[in-house]
Ligand binder design. Structure first.
Ligand code: SF4
Length: 347
């Protein structure tokens, strides 16, 4: 174990990625970066990280902001529940404690902070020796130790936790966890690991057996739920009509075009055809993939003359400039781009 540990840390000292949150030991910056990177690659997440910490430079600034504002700054990253939980957790931190929670056990009680994120913050900011097990760590360990059980199974989890606790450096736990993240992202990658450059190649069982492409073992995920939506793209001059989504909706508190849901693709197509027969315009059909849902959508274009005199008066009517500061989900951005491709860009 010691030689694995020394090799990983030695490799990290030479090869660690230069990431902005690594220049500070502030738990706040580490927390924000870890949450952004939960579903986003480093290169994609970097500009969002800068934008977020520029607007909310500390936990107080985040806690006292309006949720709408937090969601608007998060715009483009998707998975808005992460931003809502960050905001909620910031409020709890500020209300309950004069300082940022400084241990794994206190961090894990906060909304949106799971085992991995709590371990990452506790080890990097507070030097607590708790292993941060993300996809990179599972992949590396399942290859080095040739673990043939399904990663998510209780048996494998027990084994990973035991090995990770033996493996982690007591002196440099934060660096150790970050070394695994970097090694998994740059060398022991899912499809094509570069074993010749790997500091663990001397003892890696999967490399010796040439079965690294079979590790980690994962059972196939539940297929996403298909949903069939018809959006109403409401246009008044250059303004768009958006509805604030309510509780129970995956887009809760975001602004989106009003929509109706159909039970099948066929019913959605029939409704589209009916609209077109009446002379109505539509945008091209689209599919928007979320983590657990696949949204099959059509969009009908509906010019609105006088919003205040119709049932649309309660919508938020946004100009191009106002859209910039409004929290809209990625599917709305896709539809607006389709509209701009269809005619001279006005919105
Ligand atoms: S030797 Fe190859 S398979 Fe094994 S941990 Fe290193 S990169 Fe991954």
């Amino acid at each position: 174990m010691l030689s694995f540990q020394e090799s990983i840390l030695g490799w990290y000292d030479q090869n660690k990625r230069d990431l902005p949150w690594r220049n500070a030991t502030s738990p706040y910056f580490i927390w924000i970066s870890e949450v952004i990177l939960q579903q986003t690659r480093v290169e994609q997440g970097m500009p969002f990280y800068h934008r977020f910490v520029e607007r909310f430079p500390n936990v107080n600034a985040l806690a006292t902001a309006q949720e709408n504002e937090v969601l608007a700054v998060w715009k483009g990253l998707g998975y808005y529940s992460r931003a809502r939980k960050l905001h909620h957790a910031a409020k709890i931190i500020v209300e309950n404690s004069p300082t940022f929670p400084d241990s794994f056990n206190s961090l894990i009680k906060l909304p949106g902070i799971g085992q991995y994120t709590a371990a990452a913050i506790a080890s990097i900011a507070f030097n607590e020796p708790v292993p941060a097990l993300d996809g990179n760590a599972y992949r590396i360990m399942s290859r080095v130790f040739n673990i043939a059980d399904n990663v998510a199974s209780a048996k494998a989890q027990k084994q990973f936790i035991r090995l990770a606790n033996e493996w982690i450096s007591q002196a440099r736990p934060g660096d150790f966890n970050q070394a695994l993240m970097d090694l998994g992202s740059t060398v022991c990658t899912p499809r094509q690991p570069d074993c010749s450059k790997c500091p663990l190649n001397f003892g890696c069982e999967a490399r010796a057996l040439n079965n690294f492409h079979e590790r980690p073992v994962k059972t196939s995920k539940k297929p996403p739920q298909n949903r069939f939506l018809m959006f109403d793209f409401l246009v008044n001059n250059d303004n768009l009509g958006l509805k604030k989504m309510e509780e129970g909706n995956i887009w809760k508190n975001l602004y989106l075009f009003p929509f109706r849901e159909f039970a099948s693709e066929q019913l959605l197509s029939e409704e589209t055809a009916r609209w077109e027969r009446l002379g109505g315009e539509t945008l091209p059909a689209g599919i928007h993939a979320l983590s657990h849902q696949k949204i099959h959508y059509r969009t009908r274009i509906m010019p609105v003359e006088n919003p205040e005199k119709t049932g649309y008066s309660k919508l938020k009517w946004c100009s191009h400039e106002e859209l910039e500061g409004t929290a809209i989900p990625a599917v709305a951005t896709k539809i607006i781009n389709q509209w701009n491709n269809k005619r001279p860009a006005t919105i």
